[in-house]
Design a protein around this ligand. Sequence first.
Ligand code: ATP
Ligand code: MG
Length: 244
Amino acid sequence: MIPPLSLHGVRKSFGGKEVLRGIDAGISAGEIFAIVGPSGVGKTTTLRLLDLLDAPDSGEIRFHGASVSVGSPAALDQRRRMAMIMQNPSTFRATVFENVAYGLWLRGVDPREIRVRVFQALAFVGLLEAAGQRADRLSGGEQQRIAFARAAVLRPEVLFLDEFTANLDPGNVRLLEQAVLRHRREAGSTIVIVTHNLFQARRLADRVGVLLEGRLAEVGPARDIFEASQTPEVRAFLSGEMAY
Ligand SMILES: Nc1ncnc2c1ncn2[C@@H]1O[C@H](COP(=O)(O)OP(=O)(O)OP(=O)(O)O)[C@@H](O)[C@H]1O
Ligand SMILES: [Mg+2]
């Protein structure tokens, strides 16, 4: 089967520094794929390429097997089928309801349907009661829950989560992880997560890709990577022995 998203020999440099040095991977429909690796290795960069926000210097991103040219009308259309929660998401100075409804308004969804979907998404993340409150005045954990609801409400075909539970307490982490699993069950989205939390990758991911020095050093089922990695560098990274 052709994967919904794939990377083929993808390279990306910033200011003469080659961050990604040839990435090949396919993300399967409906899977949760985690990208892990040390800080600064290019995880967010990879996610931005997959989300068609940025173009590779060479190599290709394919969406359902077709090479994507970032910025083309086809790519804009494909981007509407994706949603991303950025590392450090921010909320607008508006109510929680308006923050979550915004993407649906942009897409011209019927107002009655917007209400139903927004309240459903807020219930998912335990924020029904906060619908009328100013989003930017809520706590960091609540704002990250809003960010998740804002992406999930679009029912994207592909959902990207970049450190979506960073700096949260265990209760909020658990709530959001359950929301991810429930979202996958109910909306059937393909989900790519980037996380520093190796336990989280293990709890959520079907497959894991370990990014080291610009390449995917190993890709495989989460259990194989965490329990039986075949690559010494990956084992060193996972056990915290490798100092980056
Ligand atoms: N727009 C940009 N301009 C210049 N350099 C960039 C840009 N985006 C990323 N970089 C550089 O590319 C490298 C990889 O960045 P990236 O944000 O992808 O890392 P990361 O793996 O997500 O790190 P972290 O775990 O800290 O979030 C870094 O050295 C970063 O400074
Ligand atoms: Mg990052």
